[in-house]
Design a protein around this ligand. Structure first.
Ligand SMILES: [Zn+2]
Length: 394
């Protein structure tokens, strides 16, 4: 069932197309049908997606078996900081290798390839409008794909037209950065192994509609999509995927007749075709894609099962911590230790463990009093990301 008219310009959509909700350049696999017309789609990809995805180039250039499906051969260049003999230099990097470092080359009077430098960190420019717009666009697309009425979402959308032609599209939804307000979330984000994944959680709370977005397990934000949710409506959806292709063994296909092809096509959800090598390629792709789609429950549960005894013991020594810990456990997990997804990242517990709070609003209140914990958390997450990327490129 496709949308009949473009959400941006209102023209009838005559040519059907699929769009990636999280940009394909970022390895996003979730596709949605027909959000807009081809012309508006062009505007979005060149004016919103391109500057946004560029911010993540250092990550993309460093992931093995990255899940991007289009233009798989193009590898982006990016910048960062390198060290040589205890001095730091700004450098341009590609494929985890330093391609130019003007200051150091000048000092040493030689080609950078002859100098053994070490990559220390990468540049991520997240304090600009391109970043906020890109995050908001993901939230907007996910909500539309999940059937949220356009009228509920249009408050944050600003479309400038001259006549029937689009001049500019801007997304002005308020954005709140995430940081953990309870001991379970602190543990999950900072004490478990770092893995790369994207998640999206769309949820309503009273008259508000939020989308929590986590890109690369590092860039975590709440987007306030609406404050005019009709009374009595309840929305909850989540999506999670890993970012590395998983090499799965190909199934042996016993094909003796066209009927067998039809059976396999249905089983793996691919288009049937008579060319057997092409057909098995399609099945292989379908399996790879499916293996990357994960559910939020299994990601979080596996992180929780890694909680060391000493972490628990440490918490037990502090009564206040223990109460908050117990209450958060009770909020997030059922009696079988299974995650209750509807509560995860949507609600949290007040510091004294007595009140249930809306997570985004609680963060908003905290950061208006003191921004330091958020800053510290953001730095810690970046450090974990950079460490994992720099280790790989060494
Ligand atoms: Zn359009």
């Amino acid at each position: 069932m496709g949308r009949k008219t473009c959400v941006y310009c209102g023209k009838e959509i005559t040519k059907r197309s699929r769009e990636h909700v999280i940009q394909n350049a970022l390895g996003g696999l979730y596709e949605s049908e027909d959000i807009c017309c081809p012309e508006c789609n062009n505007y979005i990809s060149s004016c919103i997606d391109a500057p946004f995805t560029k911010i993540f180039n250092p990550i993309i250039g460093n992931i093995d078996d990255f899940s991007k499906t289009n233009n798989t051969k193009s590898t982006p260049a990016y910048s960062g900081i390198v060290s040589y003999k205890d001095k730091l230099y700004h450098a341009n990097i590609k494929n985890g290798k330093v391609v130019s470092c003007p200051d150091l080359s000048r000092e040493q009077r030689c080609d950078i390839s002859k100098i053994p430098v070490q990559i220390i960190s990468y540049d991520f420019n997240i304090n600009n409008n391109d970043f906020k717009t890109g995050i908001a666009k993901i939230a907007f697309n996910y909500a539309l794909d999940k059937g949220i009425d356009f009228d509920i979402l249009k408050g944050g959308l600003d479309i400038k037209k001259t006549g029937p032609n689009i001049q500019a599209i801007t997304f002005n939804y308020p954005i709140i950065p995430f940081y953990p307000l309870n001991p379970i979330d602190s543990f999950i984000e900072l004490k478990t192994n770092f893995n790369l994944y994207h998640t999206m959680i769309l949820f309503s709370q009273h008259n508000t509609l939020w989308c929590y977005i986590d890109l690369f397990n590092t860039f975590q934000y709440y987007v306030l999509l609406s404050e005019s949710m009709p009374a009595g409506t309840h929305v909850y959806e989540n999506y999670a995927q890993t970012l590395q292709k998983i090499n799965r063994k190909e199934p042996t296909l016993d094909i003796f007749s066209p009927k067998d092809i039809m059976i396999y096509a249905q089983q793996y959800g691919v288009e049937p075709c008579m060319d057997l090598s092409e057909f098995s390629r399609r099945i292989k792709n379908a399996i790879a894609k499916k293996s990357q789609k994960q559910d939020l429950q299994s990601i979080i549960s596996s992180k929780m099962s890694a909680m060391p005894l000493e972490y628990r013991l440490n918490i037990m020594q502090d009564t206040q911590k223990l109460i908050a810990f117990g209450q958060s456990m009770h909020l997030y997990f059922d009696e079988n230790d299974c995650l209750i997804p509807e509560n995860f990242r949507t609600l949290t517990i007040s510091e004294d463990g007595t009140k249930l709070l809306s997570y985004p609003y609680a963060i908003n209140t905290q950061i208006s009093h003191d921004i330091k914990p958020l800053k510290k958390y953001t730095m810690d997450k970046f450090e974990r990301l950079t460490l994992s990327l720099c280790q790989k490129s060494r």
